[in-house]
Design a protein around this ligand. Structure first.
Ligand code: GUN
Ligand code: FE
Length: 429
């Protein structure tokens, strides 16, 4: 049977425009899947397991649609640079260290623990080119109890010596990793060409074949900075667009695809995103830090393009999707005020939707409490945020998003099972 109920002040977004609020209610699930939200437990559910968080906010866990585990130790460093010099000076030297399994073990555990502490229950993660430590990252993610896609990065040109892969070996290692995780449930592989400048045609072609053969999803970076776009134009002078290059190698459209940033997309590329149904990962903290620009989020929402929020550490300086939500709102306001008055700022409901159900859609039925969705939630004790007494549930969400910390999160559940951030720190048996 496996009926479970979580009690609390329930709040979730079912669309970008609709928040649903159920004060002091019970989310009832069967085998981890939600049946409904009730004010009283119906008698027919006799013997149900009760998880009582009366007086606390219960909301869906967050989805981080784009992040880099191996950049965690660099958090906050080198952010007076722009993308290409930052990659060379800070990022590639740090990622080189993940050839060392002891170092990888130490940093990946901290990364996963701290991400789970922040309430992220679904994450799409870049590893490095090093296969063994990427597999280890996947094992740590698995043991943490959250859901994730993680990818071994592919790079065979324009990077540092120790990370320039032999193309065929890069493809063989990627295929091996896919097969190893075939049939895995919560933590799955994702193809991860870093971005066009670091991948040869032969590599991109091979990855397109793997996507097709194994049905593996794809993640990469797209239109992040103007100098990167110039570089891509020099490499592919005859291509119609940056997005089109990925497309020409079968790297979107065939399998679910996430492109991070998408700041400087042309109108044609926006239409392509919509028609090929791929996701944009909006990473406002990273985009501010690296002076990349502000993605016109309102345009994406108006066009009905799928969007989620990404921390993109360590371009971003926080693992907290809650903080990234605030940055997304602030950036949309600056875009509206400074660049285009027609692009209206996004609302708290809109970004809450993107951080939960919007990005969660990449994983399936997670990120809201509708019937048939998985019971994935975080529980927030927000009493300390309200010295003058608790206001209504919507205002409590607003206050928590702007002023809370991970310490306000007192419990996390995936499919109704408790998730403990400290699990990521447990050593292998
Ligand atoms: N483009 C290619 N690699 C990276 C990376 O590691 N971070 C960001 N923000 N952009 C990239
Ligand atoms: Fe990134």
């Amino acid at each position: 049977m496996g009926f479970k109920a979580v009690r609390g002040d329930v709040i979730h977004a079912v669309s970008k425009d609709e928040l649903r609020i159920h004060p002091d209610s019970y989310i009832v699930s069967d085998g981890g899947s939600i049946i409904g939200i009730f004010r009283e437990i119906p008698e027919s559910f006799g013997g149900i397991e009760m998880i009582d968080h009366e007086g606390c906010l219960v909301m869906p866990g967050f989805t981080d649609l784009h992040t880099h585990g191996p950049q965690y130790a660099n958090l906050g460093l080198g952010l007076d640079m722009e993308l290409l010099s930052w990659l060379e000076a800070r990022t590639f030297p740090e990622e080189m260290r993940f050839a060392d399994m002891d170092y990888a073990d130490r940093i990946y555990r901290l990364f996963v623990r701290d991400m789970v502490r922040e309430g992220t229950l679904n994450a799409v993660v870049f590893g490095t080119v090093f296969t063994e430590s990427t597999i280890h990252l996947m094992e740590i993610l698995e043991s943490s109890g959250i859901r994730a896609y993680a990818g071994k990065v592919n790079m065979d040109r324009n990077t540092v010596k120790g990370m320039t892969e032999d193309t065929d070996r890069s493809l063989a290692a990627t295929e091996e990793l896919i097969r190893r995780f075939e049939g895995s449930d919560r933590v799955r592989p994702i193809l991860t060409p870093r971005f066009i400048p670091t991948c040869s045609d032969h590599l991109l072609e091979g990855l397109g074949r793997l996507a097709k053969r194994y049905g593996t999803p794809v993640q990469s970076h797209l239109n992040e900075t103007l100098s990167e776009i110039e570089w891509v134009k020099e490499l592919y002078p005859d291509s119609g667009s940056y997005a089109g290059i990925y497309g020409s190698f079968g790297l979107f459209g065939q399998t679910p695809t996430i492109m991070a940033h998408c700041i400087h997309n042309s109108e044609g590329e926006l239409r392509m995103m919509k028609s090929e149904n791929f996701f944009a990962a909006h990473c406002p903290d990273s985009n501010s830090n690296l002076a990349s620009g502000i993605m016109p989020l309102r345009k994406f929402l108006d066009l009905g393009i799928k969007v989620g929020i990404g921390s993109d550490i360590s371009g971003g300086d926080t693992l907290s999707i809650r903080q990234c939500m605030v940055s997304a709102i602030k950036c949309s306001k600056l875009k509206h005020a400074e660049a285009d008055r027609k692009l209206l700022p996004v609302t708290l409901t809109e970004v809450f939707y993107l951080a939960t159900k919007g990005g969660g859609e990449f994983f399936g039925k997670t990120g809201s409490f509708e019937e048939g969705f998985e019971l994935d939630c975080i529980v927030v004790d927000d009493r300390e945020l309200h010295p003058a007494g608790l206001p209504g549930v919507e205002e409590r969400l607003e206050k928590y998003i702007y002023c809370g910390t991970w310490k306000n999160i007192i419990a996390r559940y995936v499919r109704g099972n408790p998730v403990d951030p400290e699990k990521a720190m447990e050593t292998r048996a």
